[in-house]
Design a protein around this ligand. Structure first.
Ligand code: ATP
Ligand code: MG
Length: 745
C-alpha cells in the first residue's frame, strides 16, 4: 500500500469507525464478454487490495446479464487474470445469473409498490420521450397502468409471450430529473436468446442498473467500487436499494478514474475487433494489453502490480504514459533474471590463431555474481557476433569492432579483425580475426585497451532459435483502432543463435539477453526442436527519444521515468547508448554521466580493463559528481578512482569503507591503495577472526541471545551491527551475517 492512503481507503476507514459495516466486502464485477485487460487489473488491485487491507474479502462476480455476448471462455480468462495477479477469490465466485429469480422478485415488489411499470413504447419513442439535457422528458401513457395490469404483463413477459422489444419494465421516478439517468430508467428487457449458463430459462434480462445494486446487496457487499462513467448511475443505485426498503446494511457506490494508457486501446469492443479481424493472433497476442497477452509475452505479475500501485487511485481521469508500464517491467526484471548471450543477426568470425575448444565459466548475474550461479560458455575457433557490432567504416564514437579497433567478447577474449571477407557484390560474408591469449576476462594481463564488450556465441554449439520482437501495436498516442496500427509491431527473426545453456533451461524462465533486452520462452510455441523467445521489453526506453510526449501523466508518481526531462543532445545520446548497451550501466547512472561533459570525460579516462565499468560509474555518478558540484579543482584523478573501484571489486575493502577512503582522497589526493594500507582499512574476510569477535559479543549480551532464541528474529541485525561496529566497519558484512546466524543456532 502507498504510504499515504487513497480516498477509497479513507472512506473505508470512516465507515469502519462509524460502525456502518463490521466486515469489508468488495467485488470485482466484469462482464464476461472479452478478455480482461490492464484496466481490469487496476480494478482487481483496488477491489482485492482493499479487501486484503481490511481483512475482508472480495467476490469475483460475472456480470452476465447480456446473453448474446457472453461466454465461458471469458469467464475462465477472468478467473485466470485474478489468480495470475496473486489474488484469491476462494469460494466467492458468483454470477449475476444466479440471482435472476431473486432479482425478478424484487421487480415484482417494486411493481406492487407502484414504483415500476411495464412500458410499451418503441425504442425510438422511449428515446424521444426522454427529452434532453435542456428539455424535460415526457412520461409514457403506459405509466398509468394499474398495478394488477403491470403484474400480469410482467409475468407474461417472463413467460415468453412477447417478442423482443415489445415491452420493457421501467422504474417510475422522475421524467424531468436533471440527471437524465433518473428519467424512468429501464429495469428489464425481453431477449429471446440462449444464455451460456441459464440456457432458455429466461427470456427477460435485468438491466445493469437494476441487477448490479441488487447483486451487491445480495452478496453483502459494503463498498461497490466502479469507474467514473457510472457516477450518474449512482442515483439509480441508491433509488433501487432505498425504494425496496431492504434490511441494512446496504452497499454504497464509489467511483474512481478509469485507467487510460497512451498508444493502447483498452475497450473490450475494440480489442475484440482486433482479435476477430485477425489483426492479432488472438486474445493472448503478446502485443495486446490483455492479461493473457502480458502473460504470454513474459511480463511478471509483480511488475503489473507495481504499475497499478504507482499510478495510484484518483478521482480525475488522466492518461498514463505506456513507458511507465514498461519501466515497471524492466525495473522488476533487472535484478531478478539471469543474463545470457544471444546473437540476433549473426556474422561469422573465424579466429585464425585459436584451434582448441574451451568452456568459459560465466556468471549468470552481475550483482553477487558467484553466489547466484554461472554457466559454461563454449568457446571455439568459429563464433558469431552481431552484424551491427562490426563496421568497416565506422563513424566517430563507434566503440565496437572495426578493422582498426579491437573489442572484447563478453566474458572471453579480446579479438581484432584481420580480414573482411566479402561476396562479389561487396556484402560482408565473414570476418577473419585474431584473439589475444593473455586477454581472458578476469585474468587479463594483455594491457590492450578496448572500449566495449559484445555478445557472441560459439558457432558449433550455439542453438538456432526464433526470436519475436514486439513493438507498440499502435503508432499514435491516442489510437482509434485498426487504422492506427503500427505495421512494424511484430518482427520475427528465424535464425538467431543462442548459447546452449539457455536452451537447457526449462521454459517459463526469463532472461536478459545481453545488450538486447529481456526475453521469455513463448509458453505456447516453444519446443526443444524449435525454441521461440518473446521479447518482453528492451533494456531502455527507445520511444521517449523518438516522440516528445508531454501528456498529463501523474508526474508526481512518475518522476523517475526517463524522458520527462530535457532531451539529450546527439552526443549525449551516443554516450547514453554506449553506457547502457555496451557497458551495461543502469539507466539512471548512464543518464547522470552522459548528460555531464565533465563526468563523462572523467569516466572515459577512469575506465580500466581490470575493473567492472559499473563499479567505477557508481563512484563517479555519486561521489565524484557531488564533489565536482562543490569545487572545480579535484585533488584526485581518474586513475585513482578506478583503483578505488578495483579495491571494492576484489573485496579488499567494503562499500562502506570505500566512502571513507574517498573522503580521504578528496582531502589529500593520496592514492587509495596507500590510504587503505596506512589506515589499515582492509576488509576482514577471515572467518576465524570474525568468529572470535562474534563470540565476544555473544558473551557480552546473554539477554539478547535468549530473546533471539525465543523467537525474536530481529535481534540478528543487532548482533551483526555490533560485530561491524567492533571492527570499525571493516568486517565483510556478508561473512558476518552468515557467521552470526550460525553461531546463534
Ligand atoms: P470495457 O470498456 O473495456 O469493455 P468495461 O468497463 O465494460 O470495460 P467490465 O467487464 O464491465 O468492463 O468491467 C469490470 C470492472 O473493471 C468494472 O468495475 C470496471 O469499472 C473496471 N474497469 C474496466 N476498464 C477499466 C479501466 N480502464 N480502468 C479501471 N477500471 C476498469
Ligand atoms: Mg462494460
Amino acid at each position: 500500500m502507498n504510504e499515504s492512503k487513497d480516498f477509497l481507503h479513507n472512506i473505508v476507514d470512516e465507515d469502519l469507525k462509524s460502525g456502518k459495516y463490521k466486515k469489508i466486502i468488495t467485488r470485482f464485477p466484469p462482464e464476461p464478454n472479452g478478455f480482461p485487460h490492464i484496466g481490469h487489473a487496476k480494478s482487481i488491485c483496488i477491489n482485492f487490495g482493499i479487501a486484503r487491507d481490511y481483512n475482508g474479502h472480495c467476490n469475483l462476480r460475472m456480470d452476465d446479464t447480456n446473453p448474446t455476448k457472453e461466454d465461458t471462455s471469458y469467464v475462465e480468462a477472468l478467473k485466470d487474470a485474478v489468480h495470475w495477479l496473486g489474488f484469491d477469490f476462494g469460494d466467492n465466485l458468483y454470477f449475476t445469473s444466479n440471482y435472476f429469480p431473486k432479482i425478478y422478485d424484487y421487480a415484482v415488489a417494486l411493481i406492487k409498490m407502484g414504483k415500476a411499470y411495464v412500458d410499451s413504447l418503441s425504442e425510438d419513442e422511449i428515446r424521444e420521450y426522454r427529452g434532453s439535457v435542456t428539455q424535460p422528458g415526457k412520461r409514457s401513457k403506459y405509466a398509468n397502468r394499474t398495478i394488477l395490469e403491470n403484474l400480469e404483463l410482467f409475468e407474461k413477459m417472463k413467460n415468453g409471450e412477447f417478442k423482443d422489444g415489445v415491452h420493457v419494465l421501467r422504474a417510475k421516478i422522475d421524467m424531468s430529473a436533471a440527471n437524465m439517468k433518473m428519467r424512468d430508467p429501464l429495469l428489464y428487457r425481453i431477449r429471446h436468446a440462449n444464455h451460456f449458463r441459464t440456457g432458455d430459462d429466461w427470456c427477460i434480462y435485468p438491466m445493469y442498473d437494476f441487477a448490479h445494486c441488487l447483486s451487491d446487496y445480495v452478496e453483502g457487499v459494503s463498498h461497490s467500487i466502479c469507474t467514473l462513467e457510472f457516477e450518474n448511475n449512482r442515483a439509480i443505485y441508491d433509488w433501487v436499494l432505498d425504494s425496496l426498503e431492504l434490511e441494512p446494511p446496504r452497499p454504497y457506490q464509489h467511483e474512481f478514474a478509469r485507467l487510460n494508457i497512451d498508444y493502447t486501446v483498452m475497450s473490450k469492443r475494440k480489442l475484440l475487433e482486433l482479435v476477430k479481424g485477425g489483426i492479432v493472433s488472438g486474445w493472448d497476442d503478446p502485443r495486446l494489453p490483455t492479461i493473457a497477452g502480458y502473460k504470454r509475452r513474459g511480463y511478471t505479475p509483480q511488475s503489473v502490480l507495481n504499475f497499478c500501485d504507482q499510478i495510484g487511485v484518483a478521482k480525475a481521469n488522466s492518461m498514463v504514459n505506456v513507458s511507465q508500464l514498461e519501466f515497471c517491467i524492466r525495473d522488476d526484471l533487472n535484478k531478478k533474471v539471469p543474463r545470457a548471450l544471444c546473437v540476433l543477426e549473426p556474422l561469422k568470425v573465424v579466429i585464425e590463431n585459436y584451434d582448441g575448444y574451451e568452456e568459459i565459466d560465466a556468471p549468470y548475474y552481475q550483482e553477487d555474481a558467484p553466489k547466484r550461479g554461472s554457466r559454461k560458455l563454449p568457446f571455439s575457433r568459429e563464433i558469431y557476433i552481431e552484424r551491427s557490432d562490426f563496421m568497416e567504416n565506422p563513424p566517430k564514437n563507434y566503440f565496437r569492432l572495426t578493422p582498426k579497433q579491437s573489442v572484447r567478447l563478453k566474458h572471453a577474449y579480446i579479438i581484432s579483425c584481420k580480414e573482411v571477407v566479402k561476396d562479389s557484390s561487396g556484402n560482408i560474408l565473414e570476418l577473419k580475426a585474431n584473439y589475444y591469449p593473455e586477454s581472458k576476462s578476469g585474468q587479463d594481463t594483455s594491457g590492450i585497451k578496448v572500449k566495449s564488450a559484445i555478445q557472441w556465441v560459439s558457432a558449433k554449439e550455439a542453438k538456432k532459435v526464433e526470436i519475436r520482437l514486439y513493438d507498440r501495436l499502435f503508432s499514435c498516442e491516442i489510437p482509434e483502432g485498426i487504422e492506427d496500427i503500427n505495421p512494424n509491431s511484430l518482427k520475427v527473426i528465424k535464425d538467431a543463435f543462442i548459447e546452449p545453456a539457455v536452451i537447457a533451461q526449462k521454459p517459463d524462465e526469463r532472461f536478459q539477453f545481453e545488450r538486447q533486452g529481456y526475453f521469455y520462452a513463448d509458453p505456447i510455441d516453444y519446443s526443444d526442436e524449435k525454441p521461440v523467445f518473446n521479447k518482453i521489453v528492451g533494456l531502455k526506453d527507445s520511444w521517449n527519444k523518438k516522440t516528445k510526449t508531454t501528456k498529463h501523466i501523474q508526474k508526481d508518481k512518475a518522476l523517475h521515468v526517463e524522458g520527462t526531462v530535457a532531451p539529450m543532445s546527439e552526443e549525449e545520446k551516443i554516450l547514453f547508448d554506449r553506457y547502457t548497451k555496451e557497458l551495461d550501466l543502469n539507466d539512471e547512472i548512464s543518464n547522470t554521466i552522459a548528460r555531464d561533459k565533465q563526468l563523462s570525460d572523467f569516466y572515459e579516462e577512469a575506465l580500466s580493463p581490470d575493473c567492472n565499468p559499473a563499479s567505477i560509474a557508481n563512484i563517479i555518478a555519486n561521489e565524484v559528481a557531488r564533489e565536482l558540484k562543490q569545487t572545480n579543482k579535484l585533488k584526485f584523478n581518474a586513475k585513482q578512482i578506478s583503483q578505488l573501484a578495483k579495491l571494492v571489486d576484489d573485496g579488499t575493502i567494503s562499500n562502506k569503507i570505500s566512502k571513507q577512503v574517498f573522503e580521504e582522497m578528496v582531502k589529500t589526493g593520496e592514492n587509495p591503495v596507500k590510504i587503505v594500507q596506512d589506515k589499515e582499512l582492509t576488509q576482514i574476510n577471515d572467518p576465524a577472526k570474525i568468529s572470535a569477535i562474534i563470540d565476544e559479543i555473544i558473551a557480552k549480551n546473554p539477554d539478547n541471545v535468549s530473546k533471539f532464541k525465543a523467537g525474536n528474529a530481529k535481534l540478528l541485525g543487532f548482533f551483526v551491527g555490533q560485530v561491524l561496529k567492533a571492527t570499525g566497519g571493516k568486517a565483510n558484512p556478508k561473512v558476518v551475517n552468515n557467521l552470526v546466524a550460525k553461531s546463534l543456532k
